[in-house]
Design a protein around this ligand. Structure first.
Ligand code: C2E
Ligand code: MG
Ligand code: MG
Ligand code: MG
Length: 277
């Protein structure tokens, strides 16, 4: 039976596995070169204070424009960078660049930067980040780091050391993609987050799904109770924005409010006009 099935099952998988592997090897080689040549750059998406209607900062989102001209999404190359041991180099490069860019923004604007789960098990991460801020001259209070719950759960002891180093220096910490993955409410009492970002899957479906509306309402109430700011990700529709504002959500982010854009487009003039939206 096995032989018979084997013939039918194995055959179609072999080529696709080889393709996958070949693709992986190719991306890894290209990635190494792209990092060396500084081809992966941060784009910036506005974070908007939904009560005052003004931009309070930007989230840096890594963008890799390949030689062929198309963009390879971070969901594809960040995991490769992690596995290939390139994530430290890539992060240092992106963060240095983002901090330098942030120096050209109005002083009150914050730079929000994503950390991969794997990085939080590196004891020296906090100190390395602070070294970069120091080198560039960006004050720690203008920097916010986005971490996920799975990152903290992976190696809680080391994550605590890293986050403490950063928090003690004045860096703020946001809990990203809240409500997905290994969501554990215990993280909220173990750590003192400055912000909680509601995953965009909730925002995408909450108008058509009463339960999601209740979930979002509860998260906003939780934030108010804990004294933690709540950000809603993935706002694409005016009606979503309106509902989140009615519910008292603090901060919003999404294509409706602004797409990720290269630094050239984040000029003082643009920030200014966005402030008056
Ligand atoms: P994230 O941190 O949750 O970032 C938000 C993602 O939602 C971004 O995808 C952003 O482009 C997208 N987004 C924003 N507004 C909307 C919207 O209205 N609709 C929709 N459909 N999407 C929206 P992106 O840039 O592809 O990044 C994906 C993930 O990759 C990020 O999720 C983050 O976890 C990771 N990532 C991005 N840049 C970096 C980086 O420099 N370092 C690390 N470690 N991870 C990064
Ligand atoms: Mg993020
Ligand atoms: Mg997120
Ligand atoms: Mg997300």
């Amino acid at each position: 039976v096995a032989k018979k099935q084997g013939r039918n099952l194995v055959k179609p998988f072999v080529p696709s596995m080889q393709e996958e592997l070949a693709k992986r090897v190719r991306i890894e080689g290209d990635l190494r070169a792209a990092i060396r040549q500084g081809e992966i750059v941060p784009y910036y998406q506005p974070l908007v204070d939904l009560k005052a209607n003004k931009i309070i900062g930007f989230e840096a989102l890594a963008r890799w424009k390949s030689a062929s001209g198309d963009f390879i999404p971070p969901s594809e190359f960040i995991p490769v960078a992690e596995e290939a041991g390139l994530i430290v180099e890539l992060t240092d490069q992106l963060l240095r660049r983002a901090c330098t860019d942030a120096l050209s923004w109005p002083n009150e604007l914050v730079l929000s930067f994503n950390l991969s789960p794997i990085q939080l098990s590196d004891r020296l991460l906090g100190l390395r980040i602070l070294k970069i801020l120091g080198d560039v001259g960006l004050p720690a209070h203008r920097v916010e780091l986005e971490v996920t719950e799975s990152a903290i759960i992976q190696d809680a002891v080391t994550a605590r050391i890293v986050l403490d180093d950063l928090v003690n220096a004045g860096v703020r910490i946001a809990l990203d993609d809240f409500g997905t993955g290994y969501s554990s409410l215990s993280q909220l009492s173990n750590y003192r987050f400055d912000k909680i970002k509601i995953d965009r899957s909730f925002v995408a479906s909450f108008e058509t799904d009463d339960k999601q509306d209740i979930v979002i309402k509860a998260i906003i109430a939780l934030g108010a109770g804990l004294g933690v700011m709540i950000t809603a990700e993935g706002i694409e529709e005016q009606s979503q924005l309106q509902r989140l504002q009615d519910l008292g959500c603090d901060i919003g982010q999404g294509y409706l409010l602004g797409r990720p854009a290269p630094i050239e487009e984040i000029t003082a003039h643009q920030v200014d006009s966005m402030q008056r939206r």
